[in-house]
Design a protein around this ligand. Sequence first.
Ligand code: ADP
Ligand code: MG
Length: 698
Amino acid sequence: MKNVPELFGCMVFDDSAMKARLPKETYQSLRRTIADGKHLDLSVANVVANAMKDWATEKGATHFTHWFQPMTGITAEKHDSFISPSSDGKVIMEFSGKELVRGESDASSFPSGGLRATFEARGYTAWDPTSYAFIKDHTLCIPTAFCSYGGEALDKKTPLLRSMEAVNRQALRLLKLFGVDDVTSVKTTVGPEQEYFLIDQEVYNKRPDLFYTGRTLFGAKAPKGQELEDHYFGSIKPRIAAFMEDLDEELWKLGILAKTEHNETAPAQHELAPIFTTTNIAADHNQLTMELMKKVAQKHGLVCLLHEKPFAGVNGSGKHNNWSLSTNTGVNLLEPGDTPAENAQFLLFLCAVIKAVDDYQDLLRVSVATAGNDHRLGSNEAPPAIVSIFVGSDLNEILESIDKDTTYTAPEKIQMKIGVHTLPRFPKDTTDRNRTSPFAFTGNKFEFRMPGSSLSVSGVNMVLNTAVAEELKQFADALENTEDFKTALHTLIKKTIHEHKRIIFNGNGYDEAWVKEATQVRGLLNLKTTPDAMPYFIHEKNVRLFAEHKVFSPAETLSRYEILTDNYCKLITIEALTMLSMVRTAYLPALSKCGKQLAEAALTKKQFVQTADCSYEESIVTRLSVLTGKICKKTEVLDSAMAELSKAEDATRKAQFIRDRILGAMNELRTAVDEAETICDKQLWPFPSYGDLLFSVK
Ligand code: ADP
Ligand code: MG
């Protein structure tokens, strides 16, 4: 048996390691930096660096790296060894405070979305002391932010940290109004539930679409999919169980609170949920989790697919972003309280989120817009592309009664006066789970269900935090310096509910009627694809929002837009080119061979028996020749569309062209090939089938 408490965090230079290894004064100075963001003195950094190096080398580390999250969506690291030559011709292991807090990095090899043209190509990485250093592959990893020399953010962590700071600033203003004076910081918390697929390495290696693009671009449905609902929470196969055990262990070593592992809806699909933590740490941990999932899978002869939609016809994978606000005194601000004041405070923060989601539904949609996620949203397996909030029937009734000045009936008849009445006890909506809602209140947190499985949670939370910070700011502006706080509060909450209740929807998000009601009656946005959603990112109101809260300068906002749009176009281009290559070099030759084989078989039969029944051969050869003709034509259509795409001037036009011309051509080509797969000789079919892939782990 493993000693989990001993194992947990053993590869992390966490609080206990710091306490044990740092002189008391250094430790306290570092704690102040971590808790309040105080500047870290270089002399302190030198002591910390040395202690870190000793700790790391004792655990077998030979190198260190500044570990950061560039806009590529994955993490980046550049390894340097600790060695330093000594006078006797040998080496000593060294690590300075300067090396700890700041690193140089050539920014020109990372996407910067035009920032590079205006600013220097050099970039630097700066230690985020709120996220502990850890050891991975014999390397001491220092979590860092990545910026240009002008201070422009080139990564995903910097804006996330800035957005957390914005929430902190505004939330503290409000708490002060409620007379809460023991709170010195408010942080957002996140628990991201991670879905993924595991398939056998050998079959994976035979699918170029999987290794170039992460998803299958072709494949006829297997006779069995997820219809029997026999996989969800089903018993876990031994090979998968061994993987999960190994993964948990690796995650625990890194201090990642992996908690729940189970099978998901689709065959070969699974989920891991960690216990929530501070947002920037949760984001770091989620990146590490994804990386380790891939690595550990490899050790077990498996491949972990994190793509949002690796297989057509069965569910794709999401990443539910559970989010809340927590004070340094341990109070969850989205937890309904016991006293009238606590309740009023809860309702105010709840209203801030409701208003934020309504005002910035476009940005939230953009924050989850990727080529992969476009296959999920709105396709009756994941939330629709329309953003709305589920609050459950009980809380909804309370909000309605405040809005309409009517009495709330259950469990007792009261007319809520905020700040005077205690909220009626309403049950947490755990059973009445509305799985079709993109943004659900689940008792003491919100669960944002739109993010795709491969997405970094940084962007999503950066948007959510900034939008909430803006509403908190508006509330604080309205409530500070009022003569009668309680009345002003009541009026503000009532007004907010009234003006923003259009975003609350407790019904079935998969229902066609909802799309109509949302767009035609409520005026909500339905941004179906990434090219539809992306341009909203640079709408004036959103550029202003980011600038106001110092999350992005207008130039940074524009650069993000360009990077994300460009990335979308590149991904689809890779997919289309992979399709063309698979069709031309494998599918068409296989189909031609199959036709030839059957035609020859029929001829041979007839040589023996003139009246032989060749209806099988004849019918298949006929169908195959029609299909190969069709596939050939569709290939040319896609090919010439790709040629046209390369002429589009900028990323925005390219993305639109992809939406209007390329995606349809890709779909049509796939449909024809998938149909051919159902009649072609399996021996001749060049790639493993859906059945081979989805049921590859026995
Ligand atoms: P359920 O299974 O009902 O969704 P869980 O308690 O299992 O509820 O939570 C699901 C995820 O939400 C977990 O990752 C959990 O850590 C996270 N979570 C719970 N409370 C919070 C919170 N206050 N802030 C952020 N995430 C939270
Ligand atoms: Mg959940």
